[in-house]
Each structure stands twice: as structure tokens, then as C-alpha cells.
Design a protein around this ligand. Structure first.
Ligand SMILES: Nc1ncnc2c1ncn2[C@@H]1O[C@H](COP(=O)(O)OP(=O)(O)OP(=O)(O)O)[C@@H](O)[C@H]1O
Ligand SMILES: [Mg+2]
Length: 426
């Protein structure tokens, strides 16, 4: 699939942008702080309904726009699938209260309240965020991908969730319901000291937690196995045969109490995708944790406490494997992150039968020649790749000859600099 058009209004530093996009490679070149990352963020936002950068959606609204009578940010794109089907995607972020035409709050309150409401449309029809997922598949490469290896378990769970929600709508729904149930269950557990309740009250939440959680665990296990099959080829290729990588899924369900690190369920131990086999173990573990959970006022077991480990070794037998999270060098960490992303591209292609749109933000400059060559190859095979750079020297000559180059400058995108005056693309 590829984007044929991207339009932004009041998104980050873009007041207004209308951009026609071609399949193949587009290089977005520009100096620091001109809007390259913001443009890729907008595309990824349409793919996932979440920003990879912003802590709060309010940050996406252009600063000056909150002074306008009706402050809003809008991202819209036209997506073309392999079979020629066109889909129009739109997200509008509206400062809370605006949709009622100023009747609910004063203008001053709007400016300071910071609450945003999100309106999503697919082909002009209002939809929920969950229904947007899968309409546009995108894989984002960032220098911060290193956090997948050295960051927190939460970073790794978020990564798996973002990938899976794009390829499996049921996963997105299960995750959203799981998080709702988890929140309700946690608030009930917190209340226990003030208002002791009967176990039956908790059991209703437990059932939902187990149903949704078992699907999430099964799907994560299955996906990690797929990653392993893919990285078995990708990782040695990236390292010239010097290193092999194994991913180990560590579901919190099945772990003996207090042994948070050791995987009780190894990757081969969990029947992939078979939630029915996970559910009884999850339910049993919740039951055995009951008094500890009441004491802690918190749900102590479930996919919200899963993790992923990376083992690397010089031989494919993995007999002397080291735990990358603890021992890898930064370069090794970067290579693991790149292996994961390249595997994600292949996974999405296989699961959706569409080529995902690749978004590469400033990543070439971080890589050495062999890794840059491997990434360039994936980029050249993509149906569409949008790549940012401050410097075109980071790209291989082959990539440069194939690419359309756009200059990004102070929240505007200009056509290729041919030496004459630059022409806005519309
Ligand atoms: N909500 C916002 N409204 C207006 N401007 C914003 C908003 N959020 C961020 N910016 C600004 O947008 C500018 C461009 O940011 P962006 O991260 O896209 O730059 P970039 O071209 O990727 O730069 P670099 O090469 O340094 O990575 C920055 O100056 C940033 O401060
Ligand atoms: Mg940037």
C-alpha cells in the first residue's frame, strides 16, 4: 500500500500542508527543527491513532492554533492498496468543548483546559480508533528504537502491541478491553481496605481479564515465534554471520511467584495462539494471588506485566547466549532493534498481504556500512518509503538515484531543488 496524499492543518509546526506522494522512495531533506519528524509522526498517527512522540495529544496542536476561535488539528491521507482500492483517513483533534460551539466552557477555559477530543473518519464515515487500525500499515524506524532493547518492559510491550494492533483488529479490541477491565479491577482492589467486598465481586472482572488476557498472551507468543523465524535469517545477515539472535517471550502468567525474571513458559512451551490453553493457567494464578493482590491493591499477574528478552550468541546453537538487555553494547543493541524492525516489515507483509509504508526518521546516519546496505535494500523493495535526513550523504548512490527528494523548510515542503526557485507541492 502507499499514500497518495497527505494533508495537515495545525499539526505540530504545519499550519497547512497539502502533499501529493508517489509510490517508491521519498527523501525528506531539511535542516534541524524544520518539521521532518513531525511529518512522519503524522503518518504514523494515522496508522496507529497514537503518536510515537507526544506524551499528550494536546502537543500535536500547533502552538498558535490554540489562540484561534476553534482550535483544531487535522491529519488526512489517501491510501491506495495493491488492488487499487482507495481509502480516505482522517483524524481531527478538537480542543474539548469546541464541538458544542463554545456553549460548554468559556474560550479562556478551552485554551487552558488542555483536553482534546478525537474525531476519526474512514471514507468520511465516523469510526472508533480501533476501526482505524489496519487501514494504513506503517513501520516506523527511529533512533530511539534502541529503547526496545535497553528501555523498560513497558517499551517492549508497547512495541508488540502497536505492531499486533495494526495486523490483527481483534488484538486491538482485546487490548483495549483488557486495559479497561484492568483499570476497573485495580480500582476495586484499591477500595478493599475501605470497603471489603465478597470475592464474587472480583470474579466477574477476573473472567473478563482472563478472556482478553489469554488472547493477548497467545497472540504475543505466536508473534514472538514468527519474529524468531524471521530474525534467524535477518540478524546473521546484518552482522555478517558474527551474531545470532533469539527472542524470548516472558509472559507473567505461568511465572512462579517472586521469580519475575526466569521464564516459566519458554517460547516453545506456550501453545501459540491457543488462548484456551492459557486461560486456565491465568485464572488459577489470579486465584492463588488473591490475598497478595488485595494487600497490594493492584493486579499482579497478566499481560500488563509481560516482558521480552533478547539473547545473542556467536553460534546458532545459542549455547553461550548472553542477555542483550544486560550485556549488549550500544551497537549490538542498535542491530537487534534493526533486526526487529526488518522482521516487522516481513511480518506485516505476510499477515496483511500488503507492503507496509516505511517511515525512516534519521536512522541511516546511525548505522555502519553493512547495516546501512541491508536497510537500504529493504527500503528499495518497499512499495513506499518516506525517509528523513539532514544530509543526503547518508544515502547510498543507488538509493539517491531512485528517490524523489523533497525539501522540508519551516513547516513547508518544497519540491526538489533544481537550482531555480522552489515550488510548493500541492
Ligand atoms: N505543537 C507544536 N506546534 C508548533 N511547533 C511545534 C509543535 N511541536 C513541535 N514543534 C516544533 O516543530 C519543529 C520541527 O520539529 P521536528 O521534530 O519535526 O524537526 P526535524 O525537522 O525532525 O528536526 P531534526 O533534524 O532536529 O530532527 C521544532 O522546532 C519543534 O519545536
Ligand atoms: Mg527529526
Amino acid at each position: 500500500m502507499h499514500l497518495t496524499r497527505l494533508a495537515l492543518t495545525n499539526f505540530r509546526n504545519y499550519t497547512h500542508l497539502e502533499l501529493n506522494l508517489a509510490p517508491g522512495l521519498t527523501l525528506l531533506q531539511g535542516n534541524n527543527a524544520c518539521g521532518k519528524t513531525n511529518l512522519l509522526e503524522a503518518v504514523f498517527y494515522l496508522a496507529t491513532a497514537r503518536s510515537p512522540h507526544a506524551g499528550a495529544e494536546r502537543e500535536l496542536l500547533r502552538w498558535g492554533a490554540s489562540e484561534e476561535p476553534i482550535p483544531f488539528a487535522r491529519v488526512e491521507a489517501q491510501v491506495e492498496r495493491r488492488n487499487g482500492t482507495q481509502t480516505n483517513l482522517e483524524i481531527v483533534l478538537l480542543q474539548a468543548g469546541e464541538e458544542k460551539g463554545h456553549q460548554t466552557e468559556s474560550v479562556e477555559a478551552h485554551k487552558t483546559s488542555g483536553r482534546m477530543s478525537k474525531r476519526i473518519k474512514v471514507n468520511g464515515v465516523p469510526k472508533r480508533a480501533l476501526d482505524l487500525l489496519g487501514q494504513l500499515n506503517a513501520v516506523l524506524f527511529l533512533p530511539e528504537d534502541l529503547d526496545l532493547v535497553f528501555g523498560s518492559p513497558g517499551d517492549r510491550r508497547r512495541y508488540l502491541d502497536t505492531t499486533l494492533a495494526q495486523i490483527d483488529p481483534r488484538y486491538g479490541r482485546a487490548l483495549s478491553r483488557y486495559n479497561q477491565v484492568l483499570e476497573q479491577r485495580n480500582s476495586l482492589l484499591r477500595e478493599f481496605h475501605e470497603r471489603p467486598f465478597k470475592p464474587a465481586e472480583l470474579e466477574i472482572w477476573d473472567q473478563h481479564l482472563v478472556t482478553e488476557g489469554a488472547y493477548i498472551i497467545g497472540r504475543r507468543a505466536e508473534t514472538v515465534e514468527r519474529y524468531n523465524q524471521l530474525t534467524a535469517e535477518i540478524h546473521p545477515r546484518l552482522t555478517g554471520g558474527a551474531e545470532y539472535l533469539a527472542l524470548v517471550y516472558q509472559p507473567s502468567v505461568g511465572l512462579a511467584a517472586g521469580r519475575a525474571v526466569e521464564p516459566a513458559l519458554g517460547p516453545g512451551d506456550l501453545p501459540a495462539g491457543r488462548a484456551s490453553a492459557v486461560a486456565p493457567r491465568f485464572a488459577q494464578q489470579l486465584a492463588s494471588m488473591r490475598s497478595r493482590e488485595l494487600g497490594a491493591g493492584l493486579t499482579l499477574v497478566g499481560p500488563h506485566r509481560d516482558d521480552l528478552r533478547f539473547l545473542v550468541d556467536r553460534s546458532p546453537e545459542m549455547t553461550h547466549a548472553m542477555d542483550a538487555i544486560t550485556y549488549a553494547s550500544r551497537g549490538q543493541g542498535r542491530t537487534i532493534a534493526l533486526s526487529l524492525k526488518l522482521a516487522e516489515v516481513a511480518l506485516m507483509r505476510a499477515e496483511t498481504e500488503e507492503e507496509p509504508v516505511l517511515l525512516l526518521d534519521d536512522v541511516m546516519s546511525e548505522l555502519d556500512a553493512p547495516r546501512r546496505a541491508a536497510l537500504s535494500q529493504t527500503v528499495m523493495d518497499a512499495s513506499q518509503a518516506l525517509i528523513t535526513a539532514t544530509d543526503l550523504e547518508d544515502f547510498t548512490p543507488e538509493l539517491l538515484t531512485r528517490a524523489k527528494i523533497l525539501r522540508v523548510c519551516e513547516g513547508r515542503v518544497l519540491s526538489e531543488d533544481t537550482g531555480g526557485p522552489q515550488i510548493p507541492v500541492s
